[in-house]
Ligand binder design. Structure first.
Ligand code: SF4
Ligand code: SF4
Length: 366
């Protein structure tokens, strides 16, 4: 397999991340907007049928995604509903500079995951799975509307872990008004009974996070704080060992745990802007039909890739895309979307003293 040179020029990368913000570092590709679940908190529009990009065009997009791309998320809908998901992952890995492929999934199709991994392991694809999990046992299946989903998701997790540490897997509880009362118990269940070695708990976002009454909001805040505190404790105790100690990923995760959650919570609690958002600059969304947006929440289209012969950077640098980027900055857009917050924190000088403090603390702790 001839790969695109993965060695990103460090100076170019740093100049882009901290100063020019011209090229994406992280992209989310909705490879399909179909889904076999119907989660009450979902914001995907299932009523409008959308075309899906063909492999030939995905290859053109990946090849023109710039020389700073480090991460691609293949999401949906449910990404395993696409039979060619391996080909898509392989195309991104082969034709772009990315060295991590994230796959958020509801885990309902263990057979497909098994087949996918048979191929992926031959090519050493750097995969990071995120399995959604909202409630304990059958309540989870009922909530998402898929029979026996609770067992299927755990089976899918075990398939990924049957490859040892070759591929990474995280369970993710999205904290929402529906599950906050039992979320801490669900967290303990995943950690102690299912013995999953990495758990994440983002806050619900989008319209579902707006218009909450004060009481509900306060309860969500308390639960979020309680779980994040426990995640930090469990990391420090070494219970979560999905990533090697002192690996860059683990250090980044630890720093993220300490800083990102603090600012996400502050934004949610006070409903106000804290610092610039890098969506549309360092991160963006490609929808299944080739539409490009800065994020999943802001309804400002940057363009459709078919109008640019599937050349990603030509769209990203177009006048319309630059205007969207300017609007985000001018309007001081804010939200609790953790994927954007991750880059916002790592690319903004105001956070460097805090990042430096936590990195040192992490390296020198016993
Ligand atoms: S599994 Fe994901 S895409 Fe499917 S309905 Fe649930 S939240 Fe939406
Ligand atoms: S602040 Fe949130 S809604 Fe606004 S551009 Fe950034 S990610 Fe999108």
């Amino acid at each position: 397999m001839k790969l695109k040179n993965k060695k990103i020029n460090k100076l170019n990368f740093l100049y882009n991340a901290f100063i020019s913000n011209r090229y994406p570092i992280s992209l989310t590709h909705f490879i399909t907007e179909r889904c076999n679940a119907r989660c009450p908190h979902c914001f995907v529009d299932f009523k409008t049928k959308k075309d899906e990009l063909i492999l030939e065009n995905i290859e053109k997009i990946a090849s023109t995604s710039g020389n700073c791309l480090k991460n691609v998320a293949l999401t949906g809908g449910e990404p395993f509903l696409r039979d060619d998901i391996f080909e898509i992952a392989y195309i991104w890995y082969k034709n772009s500079t990315t060295d991590s492929i994230v796959i958020p999934t509801n885990g309902s199709m263990p057979d497909k995951i098994e087949n996918f991994l048979k191929s992926a392991s031959k090519y050493n694809l750097p995969l990071f799975f995120f399995f959604s999990y909202d409630f304990i046992g059958e309540k989870h299946s009922d909530y998402r509307g898929i029979k026996d989903l609770h067992n299927k998701v755990f089976e899918s997790y075990k398939i990924v872990k049957s490859y040892g540490n070759k591929f990474n897997a995280t369970f993710q509880i999205t904290l929402s008004p529906s599950n906050y009362e039992s979320a801490f118990e669900t967290y303990e269940y995943i950690r102690d009974i299912l013995q999953v070695k990495n758990i994440n708990c983002p806050l619900i976002r989008g319209d579902n996070a707006k218009f909450l009454n004060e009481n509900l909001k306060n309860n969500l805040i308390k639960t979020y704080e309680k779980i994040q505190k426990q995640i930090n404790l469990d990391y420090n105790k070494g219970i979560f060992n999905e990533y090697k100690n002192n690996s860059l990923t683990k250090i980044a995760l630890n720093v993220k745990n300490k800083i990102l959650w603090k600012y996400v919570l502050e934004t949610f609690a006070n409903n106000k802007y804290i610092s610039p958002c890098k969506a549309g600059s360092l991160t963006g969304i490609i929808y299944s039909n080739g539409d490009v947006f800065p994020c999943e929440l802001l309804n400002q289209k940057m363009g459709n890739l078919s109008d640019f012969d599937f050349n990603f950077l030509n769209l990203w640098k177009s006048l319309n895309a630059l205007n969207v980027k300017k609007n985000i900055s001018k309007s001081k857009c804010f939200c609790t979307y953790e994927c954007s917050w991750f880059l916002n924190i790592f690319s903004y000088y105001r956070y460097y003293p805090e990042i430096f403090y936590y990195i040192m603390k992490n390296i020198f702790k016993k």
